[in-house]
Write a protein that binds this ligand. Structure first.
Ligand code: SF4
Length: 159
């Protein structure tokens, strides 16, 4: 498997993560805290209670990939040139329970979430059907962003 660029290039990863944060409310910044405001917002978006919203996280999102191949990419990208003896890469991956968000193409933490959460994850084994589903979800997300931006531009031109 060819590793996604964001698993190998920290700048690309940060850029894509920022996009998820800005456009889809990726968070909370510190999942250990109560973050009442954050969960209240997600609950409104998802038309559910804050307690239920708290159960909808990257760790069980259908865009969250934790296949052995992907975990190899993530570990390798963090470890880079370090030898197995000197690296903390496995500890970093385990502590944050990292996976790869296929929708927004960055490494995300299982305890966080975003507005685009999809039921049915994580993906620990990739199949053709899942690949197709992810491509469709990605397409829909990009389309939604494009339409929102076009709508904003139209409104700006309406004065
Ligand atoms: S799409 Fe899923 S995996 Fe990606 S940031 Fe949102 S909740 Fe996390």
């Amino acid at each position: 498997m060819k590793c996604p660029i964001a698993t190998q290039d920290i700048e690309v990863n940060l850029e894509n993560r920022h996009h998820a944060f800005k456009e889809y409310g990726y968070g909370p910044a510190n999942p250990e805290l109560d973050n009442d405001e954050f969960w209240a917002k997600r609950a409104v978006e998802w038309n559910t209670s804050p307690d239920n919203a708290k159960t909808m996280r990257c760790g069980n999102c259908a865009a969250f990939i934790q296949t052995p191949e992907m975990m190899g990419c993530i570990l390798g990208g963090i470890q880079k040139e370090e030898s197995d003896d000197e690296t903390y890469a496995p500890e970093v991956v385990e502590a944050a329970n990292l996976g790869y968000c296929e929708l927004f193409e960055f490494k995300c933490a299982a305890d966080r979430t975003c507005s685009a959460w999809l039921t049915g994850g994580p993906i620990t084994k990739m199949t053709d059907k899942r690949k197709q589903m992810l491509q469709m979800a990605k397409y829909e997300a990009r389309k939604g962003e494009y339409e929102n931006k076009s709508g904003e531009e139209d409104l700006e031109g309406d004065d």
